[in-house]
Design a protein around this ligand. Structure first.
Ligand code: BGC
Length: 480
C-alpha cells in the first residue's frame, strides 16, 4: 500500500494522482476558510482607517456572505455547463484580483464592493471543490478525500488568525488590515497554478459526450480493469437522464435529497459554529480573559478545529457519516448547555472561566468531527448526476444565507436575552438537528455515487406505493 492509501484508510492501493487531484481541489476550501477567518482581525483596524459605524461594520463583515450566496447560486450551474476545472480557475482568478482590490480600497464603499466580488469567488469555491473531489474519488475513500476540503477550510481559518496576529497593528508602515487582505492572493495563486495539473472530472466529460477524454482521465486514477466499467456506469446514468435544471430539484424522487441537503445546510449554521469562529475573542474577553489570553484562546479554537477535522478524516470511511453526525450534534448540545451555564453562574473568573473555555473548545471539536465536514461531503454525494452541481449550489446558498442570518442577529440576541439563553437556544437547535439527522439523513459510506442515486430512486418508488415505517429502513435508504 502507498503511504497515501494507508493514511486515507483505503481498501486497496489507489494511484497517487487521485490524492493529488483531491488535494488541489481542496485548496478551494483554503480560500473559503481564509476569507471567513480574516475579517475578525481586520475589522479592528479597518475601523481606524474609515471610522465605521456599527451598521457599516456589519455591512463590511457580511458583504462577503452576500457575494458567496451569488457565487453558490450560480456556481453549481456554471460547473454543470462549463466544467469543474474552468470554473475553479475563474474562481481563483477572481479571488486573486479581489484580494488586492480589498487591500488597496481607498474608501469603505470600494472595500464593500470588492468584498462582494471576493464573496462570489468564495461561494463558487464552496461548490466546486467538493464536486471535483467526489466525482474523481474512488468510493472507498470518497469520504476521507471529501473531508480534505473542510480540512483546508479549517487550515484557512487558522492561517487567517495567524496572519491577523502577524500583521497587526501595522507592518512596514502600512496598516495591518491591508496586508491581511492582500495575503489572500497567495492561496488563490497556488490554487490557480494547481488547476493546470488536474484534469476535468470524468463524470462531467461523459455527461458532455467526451468519452475518450473521460477514459484517459480514468486511466490515470483507476485500476485498468475498472475504467470501462466506470465509464459504462456513468454513461448509463447520464443516458437515462438529460442535463437537468432547478425545476428538476422539485421532482418527487429528488425531494428527499433536497430536504436533506437544505436541512443540513441550515443546521450547520444554526448550530452556532460561526458565533464562536467570528466572536471567540469577544466571548473570551467577556469571561475575563485578557487581550493576549483571548487571542491565544482564539488560536486554540483554530487548532482544535484543524486537529479534529484530521480525526474525522480517519473515521468517516470507517464508521460512516451518520454516526459522526449523531455523536457530533449530541456532544455540541451538551457543550452548549455547559457554555450557557458558565455564563449563568455568578463570577466567570477562576475555575468557571476555564470550564467555559473548555466547553467552547470541546464544542468546536464535536463540530469538527460532524457537521463541519459531513455537510459539505453529503451535498456532493446525495444528488443525481444530471443536477448534482445545481443541487449542491442550492444547498450551499442556504448555508451562506443561514450564515448571514446568524452573523447578523447573534450579537443583538446576546444583548437582548444574555449569553446563557443565546447559547441554550443554539443548544435546543442542536437537539432538533439530532432528530432530523436520525430520521432523514442516509448513510452513503462505501457506496458509489450511482448506487446512491439508485437508492434515491428506489426509496421514493417504494414509499409512494406503501407506507413504510422509517425505523424499518436500511440506513442507506432515504425517508420522506
Ligand atoms: C462552515 C463555515 C464555518 C467552518 C468552520 C464550514 O464547514 O461552512 O461556515 O466557518 O466550517 O470550520
Amino acid at each position: 500500500m502507498s503511504v497515501a492509501s494507508t493514511l486515507f484508510n483505503a481498501d486497496k492501493d489507489h494511484s497517487n494522482f487521485v490524492y493529488v487531484i483531491a488535494a488541489i481541489a481542496a485548496l478551494n476550501g483554503l480560500l473559503f476558510g481564509f476569507d471567513v477567518g480574516v475579517i475578525s482581525g481586520a475589522l479592528l483596524y479597518i475601523n481606524q482607517s474609515f471610522a465605521l459605524s456599527p451598521f457599516l461594520e456589519g455591512v463590511v463583515t457580511s458583504s462577503v456572505l452576500v457575494g458567496a450566496m451569488i457565487g453558490a447560486a450560480t456556481g453549481g450551474q456554471l460547473a454543470d455547463r462549463f466544467g469543474r476545472r474552468r470554473l475553479t480557475l475563474a474562481g481563483a482568478a477572481v479571488f486573486f484580483i479581489g484580494s488586492f482590490g480589498m487591500a488597496f480600497s481607498p474608501t469603505v464603499e470600494w472595500l464593500i464592493a470588492w468584498r462582494i466580488i471576493e464573496g462570489v469567488a468564495v461561494g463558487v469555491a464552496s461548490v466546486v471543490g467538493p464536486l471535483v473531489i467526489s466525482e474523481t474519488a474512488p468510493p472507498d475513500i470518497r469520504g476521507s478525500l471529501g473531508f480534505l476540503q473542510q480540512l483546508m477550510i479549517t487550515i484557512g481559518i487558522l492561517m487567517a488568525y495567524l496572519v491577523n496576529y502577524a500583521f497587526a497593528p501595522e507592518f512596514l508602515g502600512v496598516i495591518g488590515w491591508r496586508w491581511m487582505f492582500a495575503f489572500g492572493a497567495i492561496p488563490a495563486a497556488v490554487l490557480g497554478l494547481g488547476v493546470y495539473y488536474i484534469p476535468e472530472s470524468p463524470r462531467w466529460l461523459v455527461e458532455h459526450g467526451e468519452i475518450d477524454t473521460a477514459r484517459s482521465v480514468l486511466t490515470r486514477i483507476r485500476a485498468k480493469d475498472e475504467v470501462d466499467e466506470e465509464i459504462e456506469r456513468i454513461s448509463e446514468v447520464s443516458e437515462i437522464e438529460e442535463q437537468g435544471d432547478l425545476s428538476d430539484l422539485l421532482e418527487p424522487w429528488v425531494r428527499p435529497a433536497l430536504v436533506v441537503g437544505v436541512g443540513l445546510a441550515v443546521i450547520q449554521q444554526f448550530s452556532g459554529i460561526n458565533t464562536i469562529i467570528y466572536y471567540a475573542p469577544t466571548i473570551l474577553n467577556n469571561i475575563g480573559f485578557g487581550d493576549i489570553a483571548s487571542i491565544s484562546g482564539t488560536i486554540g479554537v483554530g487548532v482544535v478545529n484543524v486537529a479534529m477535522t484530521v480525526v474525522a478524516i480517519m473515521l468517516v470511511d470507517r464508521v460512516g457519516r451518520r454516526p459522526l453526525l449523531l455523536v457530533g450534534t449530541g456532544g455540541m448540545t451538551v457543550m452548549l448547555a455547559i457554555l450557557g451555564l458558565g455564563f449563568f453562574l455568578p463570577g466567570l473568573s477562576g475555575i468557571v472561566g476555564y470550564v467555559t473555555l473548555g466547553s467552547m473548545l470541546l464544542y468546536v471539536a464535536f463540530y469538527a468531527i460532524s457537521l463541519g465536514p459531513v455537510f459539505w461531503l453529503l451535498i456532493s454525494e446525495i444528488y443525481p448526476l444530471r443536477i448534482r452541481g445545481t443541487a449542491e449550489g442550492v444547498a450551499s446558498v442556504f448555508n451562506w444565507g443561514a450564515n448571514f442570518l446568524v452573523g447578523l442577529t447573534f450579537l443583538s440576541l446576546m444583548e437582548q436575552i444574555g449569553e446563557s439563553w443565546s447559547f441554550w437556544i443554539l443548544g435546543a437547535f442542536c437537539v432538533l438537528a439530532f432528530v432530523f439527522i436520525y430520521l432523514k439523513v442516509p448513510e452513503t459510506m462505501g457506496r458509489s455515487l450511482e448506487e446512491i442515486e439508485a437508492d434515491l430512486h428506489e426509496s421514493t418508488t417504494v414509499s409512494s406505493d406503501t407506507d413504510i415505517d422509517v425505523s424499518d429502513r436500511e440506513p442507506e435508504q432515504y425517508s420522506e
